[in-house]
Design a protein around this ligand. Structure first.
Ligand SMILES: O=C1O[C@H](COP(=O)(O)O)[C@@H](O)[C@H](O)[C@H]1O
Length: 290
């Protein structure tokens, strides 16, 4: 059977960070409903950084089946779980501590292994295998939703530009001792795991991200880590950006709505492209070609 190319990224742009936060909460709740309907549970992976604060809209959401959530972390610093550098800790403060997800369904690193990064990564990979092996016999785990950030150099999770970890094909979780920003010692899910899920959402806010968001969406051929997260069909990739982060990007934004499959994603992006072309033609006047 011919392999389908990945769907184009769907780009949502929001007037303010508050609208982004509400829309993201709405999207996550829909994703969990879809996953619970189809597979009986919701597996979500969260990454480090400002993402945690942008998940605050989940607190107080109604009709969420919190008991069906299985929460993992895309990357984690080798620090105690109560450290301000811990990905778990940031997400705990912003929303996990405010919602009734059973604690044994929030899968943290084993903090007794912080001295040995290889063991720390292996143990986390075992947790993933233990969870996914029963439900999913594929080569890599298939998360229902992965929520990622974008660093100013185009990094995501703890996958940095030109780092050897980008070529990892076997491990689900690996480690690094030389992260160029933030805590240097970390573990991270690998690129094959990030590109093997049902939905990936990148969440980006703030003017300091504007130039890099332009590069990632408008010049994907640069091959920076964020551009390489293109899940194979039926996977879908979404970008949620506030107006500041989106200010330099020409990739056409799609109207915010629930998109469920590759065909809908392609149609939404084509419609957005036609709209952008019409606007450009209007701005240039009828006589000039763009
Ligand atoms: O370097 C990194 O940055 C991104 C984005 O972080 P943010 O704080 O600017 O949102 C983060 O997602 C990634 O895990 C980290 O390695």
């Amino acid at each position: 059977m011919p392999v389908q190319p990945p769907a184009p990224p769907v780009f949502y742009r929001f007037r303010t960070t508050e609208v982004l936060v509400d829309s993201l909460a709405n999207f996550v709740v829909k994703a969990q409903r879809d996953a619970v309907d189809k597979r009986g549970k919701f597996t979500i992976a969260l990454s480090r950084g400002t993402l945690a604060a942008n998940l605050r809209g989940l607190v107080g959401q109604e009709n969420v089946q919190w008991d069906k959530w299985e929460v993992f972390f895309c990357d984690e610093a080798a620090v105690p779980l109560e450290s301000p550098d811990s990905n778990y800790h940031s997400n705990y403060l912003s929303f996990l501590s405010h919602v009734p997800i059973p604690p044994n369904q929030i899968h943290t690193i084993d903090a007794s292994l912080l001295d040995d990064l290889e063991e720390l990564a292996d143990e986390y990979e075992k947790q993933l295998i233990g969870h996914f092996a029963a439900s999913n016999a594929a080569r890599y785990p298939t998360f229902d939703l992965m929520l990622l950030g974008m660093g100013t150099e185009g990094e995501t999770a703890s996958l940095f530009p030109e780092h050897e970890l980008l070529s990892e094909k076997d491990a689900w979780v690996s480690y690094l001792e030389d992260a160029p920003r933030g805590p240097p010692r970390r573990i991270t899910m690998t690129l094959p795991v990030l590109t093997h899920c049902y939905r990936v959402v990148f969440v980006v806010s703030g003017a300091e991200k504007a130039q890099m968001l332009h590069t990632i969406l408008d010049e994907p051929e640069t091959g920076l880590p964020c551009s390489r997260v293109r899940p194979a069909a039926p996977g879908l990739v979404f970008w949620f950006a506030d107006a500041d982060a989106a200010s330099e990007t020409t990739y056409p934004p799609t109207t915010f709505r629930w998109i469920d499959n590759q065909k809908e994603a392609e149609e939404a992006v084509e419609a957005a492209q036609r709209k952008a072309a019409r606007r450009l033609q209007e701005a240039l006047g009828e006589d000039e070609d763009y």
